[in-house]
Design a protein around this ligand. Structure first.
Ligand SMILES: *Cc1c(COP(=O)(O)O)cnc(C)c1O
Length: 383
């Protein structure tokens, strides 16, 4: 009896080097936020063209910190896409604000001025734009809209490390951008995140606020030969990353460009081999940038013989672990009864897209298995 090998939807690219880097930190005796975190912050910020990096425990805490730093609270509205992982909306609730769900564009799955502008009120304090699945959002028109209204733009770039926007890395020059290093993204530290900012004072306060609002960091206090008395300037959080995570992150960061290159080759392969499938649309780079293809999704319409869920089942039966498309937060029980306007594109994409396997070590043969199941379902020959 043969067992069908399972092709995962995602697999982090980890080698001995990450294990060695983590072991070195353990041997050093300093495991908590310290020199490796500081090094990882500068290296990551430089890589994405951000002025300053503040490492935190996850992208969720980075978003929470961003909205906290903006002083958002009860009575304030923040426009977010429903078409996103639920943390994008939750971070608004954490600070006592009200998320207002905006629809997305069908091509890139992201917010646009068209979908956001009608929702702005005198209570709107910020917009959180997501680079969904690594697909760069068109942030320049949104930045201009925010500037003209005196509100903040927060970029949820959780999935987008290594994506490019108008010739620069996504996040370059962003006032506030949040990143995730969860294993479902490209660069992973197990759990972990980063807040990047163009503003030095915001970075300084973020560093304090991720560490209980302490005037002196624990690492600086430890290094001092004099007794240091810290004070607690504001009520802060414990959102720290560990040096173990940062050491892994530094190794991963050095591999990021190679990860993106490989994923883009695999994405191009899917686009070519699925181009003639009727009723199927593959995600494409937008005019303004290049995706890292953290998620490679396809949309099935009525011209395709199977429903999305039937297609997922057929893939699973052949050992291919695909996923239903990005969730819609407004449909989750956590947001039941929450008011929202038209979210028809969000609902269409959530119901009719699926995410295909893409991972660094994926072979051509594995990709052909995936393509083959889809082509056979559509009644076509192998590509
Ligand atoms: C993964 C993800 C998050 C949450 O990241 P964590 O690091 O797991 O907290 C937030 N927003 C988006 C768009 C994501 O994809």
């Amino acid at each position: 009896m043969t067992t069908t090998p399972v092709i995962p939807v995602m697999k982090p690219w980890l080698d001995e080097a990450e294990a060695t880097a983590a072991a070195e930190v353990v041997s050093s005796g300093w495991l908590a936020q310290g020199p490796r975190v500081a090094e990882f912050e500068s290296a990551f910020a430089a890589h994405v063209g951000a002025g300053h990096g503040v490492a935190v425990s996850s992208c969720t805490t980075a978003l929470h910190l961003a909205l906290h730093l903006l002083g958002i609270g009860p009575g304030d509205e923040v426009v977010v896409p429903s078409f996103s992982f639920i943390a994008t909306a939750n971070c608004v609730v954490y600070v006592g604000g009200t998320p207002v769900f905006a629809d997305v564009e069908a091509d890139d799955g992201n917010l646009s001025v068209r979908t956001v502008e009608p929702l702005l009120t005198e209570r709107t304090r910020a917009i959180v734009v997501v680079d969904q699945g690594g697909m760069p959002a068109d942030v320049e028109p949104l930045r201009a809209l925010c500037d003209s209204r005196g509100i903040a733009l927060v970029e949820d770039s959780a999935c987008a490390a290594g994506s490019r926007y108008r010739g620069a890395p996504v996040g370059a020059g962003a006032f506030l951008a949040a990143w995730s290093f969860h294993p479902r993204k490209l660069l992973t530290t197990g759990e972990g995140g980063m807040l990047t900012t163009s503003d030095e004072q915001v970075a300084e306060r973020a560093r304090r606020q991720r560490e209980h609002g302490m005037s002196v960091s624990a690492a600086a206090r430890h290094q001092s030969r004099q007794p240091v008395l810290e004070s607690y300037l504001e009520v802060g959080f414990n959102f720290r990353m560990t040096d173990i995570q940062a050491a892994v992150g530094l190794v991963q960061l050095a591999k990021l460009d190679e990860m993106v290159r490989r994923r883009r080759v695999l994405a191009t392969g899917y686009q070519a081999m699925l181009a003639d499938v009727p009723g199927l649309r593959t995600v494409q780079d937008p005019a303004w940038g290049e995706s890292n293809f953290q998620s490679f999704w396809v949309e099935l319409d009525s011209g395709f013989p199977l429903s999305r869920n039937e297609m997922l089942k057929a893939l699973a039966a052949e050992g291919v672990s695909a996923r239903a498309g990005i969730m819609a937060a407004h449909r989750q029980p956590a947001y039941a009864g929450h008011q929202h306007g038209d979210l028809s594109t969000t609902e269409r994409l959530t119901d009719h897209t699926l995410i295909l396997p893409v991972f660094h070590t994926m072979t051509e043969a594995e990709q052909e298995v995936v393509v083959d199941v889809i082509r056979r379902a559509a009644g076509l020959k192998a590509a």
